[in-house]
Design a protein. Structure first.
Length: 306
């Protein structure tokens, strides 16, 4: 990883993460860059992002541990290289996992979302057992959204969760810029080809609007009692489309369009996890009593973040 790149992109936000009974430690660097995250993942295939998976962590300030759920074709380092240290700096115990297979040590989240949700359930149980907490907060990007919805709604994980924060979630699948009708037609006209694609990239195929998996999710209530939902989206997202399909609706659900917060923010689907405004809103969602308005002075670029 280029020293110049890191020096130019590092920004440190927030306070100090202090496990119960421990002395304060220096803030971890928070790098708002997808390129830096990819470089880190290449150097450490399958590794956890900085700040995550300290199994001895305890936090009196934020007793609910945070579990980070990456998106399709990603891994925990690629997705959470900024948010993990940011949360740690703000006093949270942070945990992350790779799920749904990990091809070449890099490409995760490709297996059946139902099986991946079961992996998440096992991981949540492990976090609760290690920390002694009663509930966790779940943060998901893209596929992480419907995966969390399946876990809480069908695998009965809701009793173990307090906050659900989703960045660009494919809650109701995606039209994929008009490809969804073509995929639906292919399933009836060329079932063998569809079966091959399903086997090759199961989770991606399940996230089309017309998939049986999304039909199964759509039968669930939009929200569940006792859970607090925050959904953060971008008008420039060309993956999870249309934008309104990402929203949750209910008394404890809040939907945030990043461009309504900062007009100069050009983040897209990928960059949302490296967007200062979006990640500030994540902190605000987890701890609304300490909410801080995002600083819109620094523009965010598509794909690159910032």
């Amino acid at each position: 990883m280029s020293t110049v790149l890191v020096a130019g992109l590092i920004g440190v936000l927030g306070g100090v993460s202090v496990p119960a009974g421990a002395q304060p430690v220096a803030d971890l660097p928070v790098v708002y860059s997808t390129l830096a995250a990819v470089a880190a993942s290449v150097q450490q295939p399958g590794a956890a992002p900085v700040g995550a998976n300290d199994w001895s962590c305890r936090s009196d300030r934020h007793p609910d541990p945070v579990v980070l759920v990456h998106g399709t074709h990603a891994n925990m380092m690629v997705n959470w290289n900024a948010l993990s240290p940011l949360l740690k700096n703000n006093g949270y115990c942070v945990f992350a996992l790779n799920y749904g297979g990990l091809r070449f040590g890099q490409i995760g989240g490709t297996a059946d979302v139902r099986a991946s949700a079961a992996e998440l359930g096992d991981f949540v149980d492990r976090v609760l057992a290690a920390t002694g907490a009663e509930k966790v907060d779940l943060i998901g990007h893209s596929q992480g959204g419907p995966l969390i919805r399946y876990y809480t709604g069908i695998l009965d994980g809701a009793d173990k969760v307090h906050d659900v924060v989703a960045l660009a979630p494919t809650y109701r699948g995606s039209s994929a810029l008009g490809l969804d009708p073509w995929v639906a037609q292919m399933r009836s006209a060329a079932p063998e080809l569809a079966a091959q694609l399903d086997a090759l990239d199961t989770a991606a195929m399940q996230q089309f609007h017309s998939s049986q998996f999304i039909t199964e999710l759509d039968a669930l209530p939009d929200t569940q009692p006792g859970l607090r939902y925050t959904t953060i989206v971008s008008r420039y997202d060309i993956v999870a489309t249309p934008m309104h399909a990402q929203f949750r609706h209910g008394p404890d659900a809040r939907n945030i369009v990043i461009q309504d917060v900062c007009a100069n923010d050009h983040t897209d689907h990928l960059a949302l996890a490296y967007d200062r405004t979006a990640l500030r809103e994540v902190l605000n969602a987890l701890d609304p009593r300490s909410a801080v308005p995002p600083d819109c002075a620094v523009p965010t670029l598509p794909y690159l973040g910032g």
